[in-house]
Design a protein around this ligand. Structure first.
Ligand code: F6P
Length: 343
C-alpha cells in the first residue's frame, strides 16, 4: 500500500502539480478527519520498501453501516453524508481508494453518490476477477513458499506429516501456488472438496513408495468434510483452526507423527516483493492518470501484463476462485500432488 501512496503522491505532484492528502484509518478517516495529513514528496520519503500503510487502516469501518455500541447494545449508523461533507470541506476533488472486495464495494457506493473515486485492487488472496493479479499476493506467496521449504527439512528428517495453513479466506490461490512452488504432496483449497480418507491414502501410498514424510498445504478457507476419519463431526472451522483439525484427523487415521504450522499474518507483513512494489507503483500512477482524465468510478487492473481499468461496478461484481480444471491444478496433479478428492 505504501508503494501505491508513494506513486500517487509523486505522480500528482510531478505530473499534475496537485496536492494530496492522506485519509487515515480507511473510511473512518472520512468520518473523523482530524488526523488527515498532507502528503508530500518529502514527507513520504523511504516508504517504498515498507509493508503495511503509513496511513493506518481498518476492516471494521463501513461508513454506510457503522456499528458502534450504545448502552451495551450494537447501533448501526449511516455516516455516508458526513463523509461526503467532510471531503468537500477538506477540498478533496477526487479520491484514490486502495483495497479488496469490501473496500471497493464501499468506494462504488460513494461513486454512485457522486464522489469522484478511483480504485486500486489490493488483497493477498488475489480473488478479484477484474484483475489478473492484486498486489500483495506475490509477497504472501514468497513467505508461504519459504515456510514450506523450511518445514520440508524437518518433515523429511523426522519422517513427519507437516500440515501448513496459509491464508485465503474464500479462494485457494496462495495454497495452490505455494504448494506448487514448495513441492507439496497434498494441497487443500476451498474450491475442491476433499475427504480425510483420500489424504491419508495419498500419505500411505507415499510411505509404501519409500517416502516417509508428507507436506500438506491447506488454505484457511477450506470447507471441512462433514465427518472426520473416525466418523465424528468436525466443529465449524475458523481460519487458524482448520489445519489443526485436519492434522488431528490425519494423526488419528494414519498413526503418523503430525506437526501443524499456521502461517497467519506473517504472510501479510514485512517488505513487499519487487513484483508487488512495481505493480503497486504502476497501479498508483495509473490511478492518478484516471483522475486526470476524469474517468471516475473505475478501478485500475492488470490484463495481459498491461494496466487497464474497469468500472468499480464490474470490479466488485465477481470474485475469482480457482477453477478446478485450470492448468495450475492440472500441472499439480500431473506432478503427483493430490487435492484430497477422487480425481
Ligand atoms: O482477505 C485478506 C486476508 O488476509 C485473508 O486471507 C484473511 O482471512 C483475512 O484477510 C485476515 O483478516 P484479519 O487481518 O482481519 O484477521
Amino acid at each position: 500500500m505504501n508503494a501505491v501512496i508513494r506513486a500517487v503522491v509523486r505522480t500528482a505532484a510531478n505530473d499534475y502539480g496537485w496536492s494530496v492528502v492522506g485519509i487515515c484509518n480507511g473510511f473512518n478517516g472520512l468520518i473523523w478527519p482530524e488526523q488527515t495529513q498532507e502528503l508530500t514528496v518529502e514527507n513520504i520519503r523511504g516508504i517504498l520498501p515498507r509493508g503495511g500503510t503509513i496511513l493506518g487502516t481498518t476492516n471494521r469501518g463501513n461508513p454506510f453501516a457503522y456499528v458502534s455500541e450504545e448502552n451495551g447494545k450494537p447501533v448501526t449508523t449511516d455516516y455516508s453524508s458526513q463523509c461526503i461533507e467532510n471531503s468537500k470541506r477538506m477540498g478533496v476533488d477526487a479520491m484514490v481508494v486502495i483495497g479488496g472486495d469490501g473496500t471497493l464495494h464501499i468506494a462504488n457506493q460513494f461513486a454512485k453518490l457522486g464522489m469522484n473515486v478511483v480504485g486500486v485492487p489490493k488483497t493477498i488472496d488475489n480473488d478479484l476477477l477484474a484483475t489478473e493479479v492484486t498486489f500483495g499476493f506475490d509477497t504472501a506467496l514468497h513467505v508461504a513458499t519459504d515456510a514450506i521449504d523450511r518445514l520440508h527439512t524437518t518433515g523429511e528428517s523426522h519422517h513427519r506429516v507437516m500440515v501448513i495453513e496459509v491464508m485465503g479466506r474464500d479462494a485457494g490461490w496462495i495454497a495452490l501456488h505455494s504448494g506448487l512452488a514448495g513441492g507439496a504432496d497434498v494441497i487443500l483449497i476451498p474450491e475442491i472438496p476433499f475427504t480425510i480418507e483420500t489424504i491419508c491414502e495419498a500419505i500411505q501410498k507415499r510411505e509404501k513408495a519409500g517416502r516417509s514424510f508428507c507436506l500438506v498445504v491447506v488454505a484457511e478457507g477450506v470447507k471441512l468434510p462433514e465427518k472426520d476419519a473416525m466418523g465424528k463431526p468436525f466443529p465449524p472451522p475458523q481460519p487458524g483452526q482448520v489445519a489443526n483439525a485436519i492434522g488431528y484427523a490425519i494423526r488419528e487415521k494414519t498413526g503418523k507423527e503430525v506437526r501443524v504450522t499456521v502461517l497467519g499474518h506473517v504472510q501479510r507483513g514485512g517488505s513487499p516483493s519487487p513484483f508487488d512494489r512495481i505493480l503497486a507503483t504502476r497501479f498508483g500512477v495509473n490511478a492518478v492518470d484516471l483522475i486526470a482524465r476524469k474517468e471516475y468510478g473505475r478501478m485500475v487492473c492488470l490484463r495481459g501484463g498491461k494496466i487497464e481499468s474497469v468500472t468499480l461496478q464490474e470490479a466488485v461484481g465477481a470474485t475469482k476462485n480457482v477453477d478446478p480444471s485450470n492448468d495450475y491444478v492440472r500441472a499439480a496433479r500431473a506432478v503427483g500432488i493430490t487435492f484430497g478428492d477422487h480425481a
